[in-house]
Write a protein that binds this ligand. Structure first.
Ligand code: AMP
Length: 255
């Protein structure tokens, strides 16, 4: 029988098996809090994500199921892997919390973008992003919500994509949590809820790359309309516009 213990971090209680120690808060996303921990069994550092109320409505339940299923299924060095999953509840009637255990990375891309990156590191990060996305696309998965906060890196410049984006049913940005949805990196058709293809992820990579070069968000729209105005605005012509990547079928990604 697995023994559990509880640790309170801010408003969140983590109830985890005793094999995981040294819990430290690492970040928070749309789905819940992520902590770093030490796994005394495998003797490695891990990240533990507590999905916040995954069964509160159908959208959350589908997203949690999708993340869990895809994380287990997809095996690629540029996509975060699932090491373990558990719930502290002992019966189906009580079942409420889902925890995912992943490889621990050092920082997310938001933190790295602020640094003065040289050309070599920048192109290595970009290359790994494209390798990860290409793998998802070959598996028929379109992310649709790639952004610096769900891309994580290690100090040796290795990179992994964190989650699997918007579940098809969660295309609208309806959220129960106070978490703010970032639209800066979303392709126009995703924002407008139109039909989309894999290209929407290339749009996001273009926005991220532009931000790495420029050191600031390329299209910081305050709402849908403002986002569109920023994309087509005069200023955007000065930057390496994601649109060029996006419409260019001769991009190395496609060959
Ligand atoms: P998420 O809820 O998956 O979007 O993650 C929210 C934040 O937690 C990320 O932006 C990272 O800062 C951090 N994080 C998530 N997973 C990991 C991980 N495996 N290693 C390190 N930090 C992580």
């Amino acid at each position: 029988m697995i023994q559990f213990y509880s640790v309170t971090l801010g408003d969140t209680v983590f109830t985890i098996p005793t094999r995981y120690t040294e819990l430290v808060r690492r970040g928070e996303g749309a789905q819940g809090m992520v902590c770093a921990a030490y796994d005394t069994v495998t003797q490695q550092n891990v990240a533990i994500k507590k999905l916040s109320r995954p069964f509160q409505n159908v959208t959350h339940a589908k997203r949690a199921y999708r993340e869990f299923k895809l994380m287990k299924l997809v095996n690629h060095k540029n996509i975060i892997g699932l090491l373990n999953a558990f719930t502290p509840q002992k019966s189906l009637e009580e079942f409420q919390d889902v925890y995912l255990v992943m490889e621990l990375m050092d920082a997310n891309l938001c933190q790295v973008i602020q640094m003065d990156l040289d050309h070599e590191r920048m192109s290595y990060l970009l290359y790994q992003m494209l390798c990860g996305i290409k793998h998802l696309h070959l598996a028929g998965i379109i992310h649709r919500d790639l952004k610096p906060s769900n891309i994580v890196v290690k100090s040796d410049c290795t990179l992994k994509i964190l989650d699997f984006g918007l579940a098809r049913t969660a295309g609208t940005t309806f959220m129960m949590t106070p978490y703010v949805v970032t639209r800066y990196y979303r392709a126009p058709e995703v924002i407008l809820g139109m039909g989309y293809t894999e290209n929407v992820d290339i749009w996001s990579v273009g926005c991220i790359m532009g931000e790495m070069i420029r050191g600031g968000v390329l299209f910081p729209g305050t709402d849908h309309i403002d986002q569109w105005n920023k994309i087509i605005g005069e200023d955007s012509l000065f930057y390496l516009h994601p649109m060029w990547w996006y419409i260019s079928s001769s991009s190395p990604y496609f060959t």
